[in-house]
Design a protein around this ligand. Structure first.
Ligand code: 6AU
Length: 265
């Protein structure tokens, strides 16, 4: 069972170089926390990245909500990622035909493929989503990049059914492009079994169960032990805390303890 294995041992099973890197980073830094840095000002993102950097394995952005985006922002974010040893994920949720996602990934203002170690993508268009994203990269660059495929969502009333999950799982685990898939964004360990992929699970908050716009939350212990999350994504649980750094530490401690418990049992 995938959830019983340690991150170190799963690193050796990963087909994606990025998944391997992330598993090893999590094991050595002892963190399975991803910060969703959903803020609108570049300096605010850099500030939380610096404060929370020591506690996270991944910093997740929605770069299209940044009001004062610049190349300098990316350079600064990359140096924080290097200093604190975390990876960058742009949560772009690509969902178009191959040719369009290829352009969206590499071109425009954000040039996502030039800086984001990882991106998210919907499986809705089928396998061509992976081919399209890969096409934007040079021949060797796909080894330094990875994709998390969405197979489930945390929003109440979302339209994803069991058939869609099953087919998403196939895209993530079968075919020529699986070396590009680092993991799956989902809410349950039942969604996929392959231990070389990472389960990224958003909707984590300690003291609330919903927001006003359909988001559904679970505790760190619940997502790791009952739902099989390998990485817990926390946004507002940290960003809206009075002490952001302390909140990041608390979420890290609880998510990591839950993982240690899970593999020990
Ligand atoms: O902790 P929150 O609710 O403030 O933030 C959750 C973050 C947001 C969402 O865009 C993202 O997680 N998310 C995703 C991802 C990561 O792809 C999928 C999903 O089903 N639900 C969800 O909230 O940045």
């Amino acid at each position: 069972q995938r959830t019983k294995l340690t991150y170190e041992s799963r690193a050796n099973l990963a087909k994606s170089a990025l998944a391997k890197r992330l598993f090893n980073l999590m094991a050595s830094k002892q963190t399975n926390l991803c910060l969703a840095a959903d803020l609108n000002k570049a300096d605010d993102i850099l500030n939380v990245a610096d404060k929370c950097g020591p506690y996270i394995c991944l910093l997740k952005t929605h770069v299209d909500i940044v009001e004062d985006f610049s190349e300098g922002f990316i350079t600064n974010l990359q140096s924080l990622a290097k200093r604190h040893n975390f990876l960058l994920m742009e949560d772009r949720k690509f969902a178009d035909i191959g040719n369009t996602v290829s352009l969206q990934y590499a071109k425009g203002i954000y040039k996502i493929s030039s800086w984001a170690d990882l991106v998210t993508a919907h499986t809705l268009p089928g396998r061509s989503i992976l081919q399209g994203l890969k096409a934007a990269l040079g021949p060797d660059a796909s080894k330094e990049r990875g994709v998390f495929l969405l197979a489930e969502m945390s929003a109440s009333g979302n339209l994803i059914d069991d058939k869609y999950k099953e087919n998403s799982n196939k895209i993530a685990t079968e075919g020529a492009d699986v070396d590009f898939v680092a993991g799956v964004v989902c809410q349950s360990s039942k969604t996929f079994a392959f231990p070389g992929l990472l389960q990224l699970t958003p909707g984590v908050k300690i003291d609330e169960s919903v927001d006003k716009l359909g988001q559904q939350y679970q505790t760190p212990e619940h997502v790791v032990q009952e739902r099989g999350a390998d990485i817990g994504v926390v946004g507002r649980g940290i960003l809206q805390a009075t002490n952001v750094e302390q909140a990041a530490q608390t979420y890290r401690d609880r998510l990591w303890a839950a993982y240690k418990d899970r593999v020990a049992k």
